[in-house]
Design a protein around this ligand. Structure first.
Ligand SMILES: [Zn+2]
Length: 467
């Protein structure tokens, strides 16, 4: 297939992009197999001008002076994680040793308090939230994510400073992943974020609930993610939560249910009818409850679904790892509910749609923000979708956000940025460059967290297991 589309208003964001890109050239072209909305295109080129995709095709016209990089790999839209608990991802894997009925069961265990809850509360209270956030950004990006939800500004205690997006961006965040709902970098400066994320939506006060509903109706809020029905599939208290959410009038377009393990097919029919999505986190579900959501039933009902890792203590280290977990589970089902392409879409386009950001990211197309994941191609590894769902962090060659190379192989980072990465980290035995935008560096982040966790008998979790 031959594609060649040039953006009519080429250079439309050049002045804004020059400062965002910093040292990086404002016009750059990446070559490889490009996974477009209509399918993978071999030997294709993505032309990036500033922070957006200006052309995609097998032979697009490249303006004179465009820097061309042969990646030799597969270019995907950056993965979008709508379910995480960002600052918890510095903590090691945890298991209570038994399967729980509902989330309230394990959350009251003394082992959970000692291994996760109290250490998290303490290191955040001591001001290490920004270091945890930076570490978790690298973990997310090593897993192929370019956007994630589940960062809480209250965890980022900055002594004497506000936790507004501008302050966070310059003094705290790593500047790698888009922190949806907090500092997504998707809206103009001063504009409100448009995504809401609630772990305990049934505990929010009536005024907050009313404001949320108004926001969804008048589109000042594009998306709201609610943890609901998190427990074993036959757990009565988890199952009850759907009726409670429905009773509060919160089944509205723009809402997505995170987990939904205990949802019935009747519930899915209501969700499909009201435009409510499902965010599936199978690894954490099986780990904690021994079962997962009836995704075959959700698919049959027509519920739009995304996939996300929850958090690394009981879920996956990142999006690639969660995709692989889901692909293996899927292959054990008869019939398998998903194709590999379905899983790819659940991590990209579907997630963008449920997150209310599909007009800006989630697909590789002209005019979209240049959020990309580049994987090394594996000979005989199947098509681009199969390779994605069976890859690991070892296969990540480069990640770009807003057209800026923020993570990847040192050589590609040097080529794309026109300068060395700001820090180097070893991932799966290979040195990877990180382009932290804030004052933090990798060695300082690791040593701060290692010391802070040691006081609670905890060790810093690995970035990824590399399998
Ligand atoms: Zn969660």
């Amino acid at each position: 297939m031959r594609l060649s589309v040039r953006l009519a208003a080429a250079g439309f964001c050049l002045s804004a992009c020059l400062c965002i890109a910093g040292a990086q050239q404002a016009r750059i072209a990446l070559r490889g197999t490009v996974v477009t909305p209509s399918g993978p295109v071999d030997h294709a080129t993505v032309l990036i001008e500033g922070e957006k995709i200006a052309a995609i095709g097998t032979d697009p016209v490249l303006p004179a002076g465009t820097k061309v990089i042969e990646t030799g790999g597969i270019l995907y839209p950056g993965l979008i994680d709508l379910h995480n608990h960002v600052t918890w991802n510095v903590l090691s894997r945890w298991s209570s040793g038994v399967k729980s009925g509902a989330r309230y069961d394990w959350q009251q265990l003394p082992e959970y308090q000692m291994a996760l809850n109290v250490p998290h509360e303490k290191f955040v209270g001591e001001g290490h939230g920004c270091a945890a956030e930076r570490y978790a950004e690298v973990k997310a990006i090593a897993g192929g994510a370019t956007s994630q939800a589940g960062l809480y500004p209250a965890d980022l205690t900055l002594s004497g400073q506000s936790t507004g997006p501008t302050t966070l961006q310059s003094n705290c965040l790593g500047g790698l992943v888009r922190e949806l709902g907090v500092a997504s970098r998707l809206y103009s400066e001063g504009a409100s974020e448009k995504l809401r994320y609630e772990v305990f939506p049934l505990a929010i006060d009536p005024a907050h609930t009313a404001a949320l509903m108004d926001g969804l109706r008048d589109h000042t809020i594009n998306a709201a993610m609610f943890h609901i029905a998190e427990g074993a599939s036959d757990n009565a208290s988890a199952r009850r939560e759907f009726a409670m959410l429905q009773g509060r009038g919160l089944l509205l377009p723009g809402v997505s249910i995170i987990h939904g393990v205990a949802l019935s097919r009747e519930n899915f029919a209501v969700m499909a009818k009201t435009g409510v999505g499902l965010i599936w986190s199978p690894h954490s579900n099986f780990e904690l409850y021994g079962s997962t959501a009836d995704v075959a039933g959700a698919k049959e009902a027509g519920v739009k679904m995304a996939i996300a890792p929850d958090w690394s203590p009981t879920g996956s280290d990142g999006m690639l790892q969660e995709l692989k977990y889901a692909a293996v589970w899927n292959a054990t089902q008869a019939p398998a509910p998903f194709t590999d392409r379905d899983l790819f879409e659940m991590a990209t386009l579907n997630a963008a749609e449920l997150g209310g950001i599909a007009d800006q990211t989630g697909t590789l197309a002209v005019g979209m923000r240049a959020d990309l994941l580049v994987l090394e191609a594996t000979a005989g590894g199947g098509d681009a979708y199969t390779q994605l769902v069976h890859s690991s962090s070892a296969d990540v060659a480069m990640v770009m956000v807003d057209g800026v190379a923020v993570y990847g192989d040192a050589k590609l980072m040097q080529q794309a940025r026109g300068a060395a990465a700001t820090s180097i980290v070893k991932v799966c035995g290979e040195p990877k460059g990180i382009g932290f935008a804030s004052a933090g560096t990798w060695p300082a982040t690791v040593s701060e967290l290692t010391a802070a966790l040691a006081r609670w008998g905890a060790t810093l979790s690995p970035l990824t297991d590399c399998h």
